[in-house]
Design a protein around this ligand. Structure first.
Ligand code: UT7
Length: 329
């Protein structure tokens, strides 16, 4: 059983920071950021919360799908930067858009979150427990950005995208995976709770994690880079094999937008022409799990998706997680 992306929506904050803005706060340059990452600008929250951005994107997706809020029976939130530890962002989005009764939950698979959500949505649709899944991917990555660390602060932006997903007849396959031994390659620690009874000290079992400050993302960029350039092609190949199609039959790849060089290397390894790959990193930077659905929304709005197109979405992220899904438009 396939799936249909019935509607798409997106929301990005109005505040935009370009590379020259970053050159004023850390030792960097437009030249370095552009050539090493492909990023030119990123949108940054001006007070909007993740659930509010998600709700805006969700409203747009529901309207685009031509359905009513009442039709949604599952809300899957994907985020690593939710506004609350509890309740889930999905619950907050559902409350905001007026949903009375639906399964609401978040999943955290970092930047691969949207691919993981598609995999789960398809399974719920296939078993019949749900008929209409609203995937809301909303991230305020700047919430955990250290603006004194030039190696990470220039990379990330904020934004949200949503898709309404229902059953479909076309081709579908997805493969989701994790390499948890790389869990220390990207992480953001929460503070260890203080309480009147505590006498011990937390030990993360890892020197780097013990030493890291709380609240700010820590990343071993080179290791993540190497992982991504291997994991992305592997995931695409595995999804194509599962779907029973060749790589040539894929019409369009929408990859996670972390670094233009990662995307180009992955496409080269797949021996796929770069024209088949959608890139918007120059405008938004890395918005974690929102990158891929935002790309889908833009492509749909631009009328660039044709019925029957075989689309492959592929992502990787902290965890380390990775995966790809192939579906017919
Ligand atoms: O969504 C998943 C999350 N993350 C990622 O996907 C990130 C994956 N990794 C990457 O995209 C790249 O590794 C980075 C963009 C993070 C870094 O690029 P790189 O080409 O791997 O650079 P590097 O870390 O090897 O650093 C090269 C040099 C260093 O200087 P020295 O030690 O050679 O003097 C860095 O200090 O570039 C320096 N550098 C910068 N210079 C100017 C690092 N960041 C900056 C900067 N501006 N913003």
């Amino acid at each position: 059983m396939g799936l249909t992306i019935k509607g798409t929506g997106m929301y990005v904050p109005d505040v935009i920071a370009d590379n020259d803005d970053f050159a004023k706060i850390v030792d960097t340059s437009d030249e370095w950021i552009t050539t090493r990452t492909g990023i030119k600008t990123r949108h940054i929250t001006n007070g909007e919360l993740a659930f509010q951005m998600g709700a805006e994107a969700a409203r747009m997706a529901i309207k685009d799908a031509g359905i009513e809020v009442e039709d949604v029976d599952m809300v899957l939130g994907t985020t690593v930067t939710a506004d609350c530890l509890t309740p889930s962002m999905a619950c907050l989005v559902a409350k905001e858009i007026g949903i009375e009764d639906a399964v609401c939950m978040d999943l955290n698979a970092a930047c691969a979150g949207y691919v993981f959500a598609l995999d789960i949505a398809q399974k719920y649709l296939e078993c019949g427990d749900c008929k209409t899944v609203l995937i809301v991917s909303s991230e305020i990555v700047t919430r955990m950005v250290d603006y004194t660390d030039r190696s990470t602060c220039v990379l990330f932006g904020d934004g949200a995208a949503a898709t309404v997903v229902t059953k479909g007849d076309g081709l579908y396959s997805s493969v989701i995976k994790s390499s948890p031994q790389g869990a220390d390659k990207i992480f953001t620690k929460l503070p260890v709770p203080e309480n009147p009874f505590k006498t011990g000290t937390a030990d993360w079992g890892d020197e780097r994690m013990n030493d890291a400050p709380t609240g700010f993302m820590q990343m071993q960029g080179n290791d993540v880079y190497k992982f991504a350039t291997t994991a992305m092609p592997q995931a695409v190949e595995a999804a194509a094999e599962k779907a029973g199609i060749s790589l040539e039959e894929i019409d369009l790849i929408i990859p996670h937008q972390a670094n233009i060089r990662i995307v180009q290397t992955a496409m080269k390894r797949l021996k796929m022409p770069k024209e088949k790959c959608y890139v918007n990193i120059q405008d938004y930077g890395n918005i974690s799990s929102a990158c891929i659905p935002l790309g889908l929304c833009q492509l749909k709005e631009q009328g660039q998706l044709k019925k029957g197109d075989k689309i492959c979405v592929v992502g990787f992220g902290a965890g380390l997680t990775y995966g790809a899904a192939i579906f017919e438009w």
